[in-house]
Design a protein. Sequence first.
Length: 151
Amino acid sequence: MEIRVDDLTGDQVKALIMEHLNGMYESSPPESVHALNLDGLRKPEITFWTVWEQDELLGCGALKELDGTHAEIKSMRTASAHLRKGVAKRMLDHIIAEATQRGYKRLSLETGSMDSFIPARKLYEHAGFQYCEPFADYVEDPYSAFMTKEL
């Protein structure tokens, strides 16, 4: 598996982001979907990576700087054909290492609270994330779970 910084212009990447957004809207009411579209991911404060095996896209993830000491994980997604192969763990490890290298003191995320998000929450729990209150511009939402990790 190779992780690359990505400019979000490739067809496979665009399709994976659409799969991600569609999945979020299937699982959550629209007002509770915090996933970013392509334009939202192209902001200067966001670094977006993709995971590849030769020419096949396996997954993606992003890191958004909130301030000089705090960053947020965004757009973690494994392509449907590659679930349960370690893609998400590989991407999460990469994002944590990058956040640490950049000198952030805390890394946070928002994910769904429904049962369909149990695998994601377990991944984050195993990586040392703990449940927390909403951060940044988020507000309490029964469809959201907020997690954070001190680096």
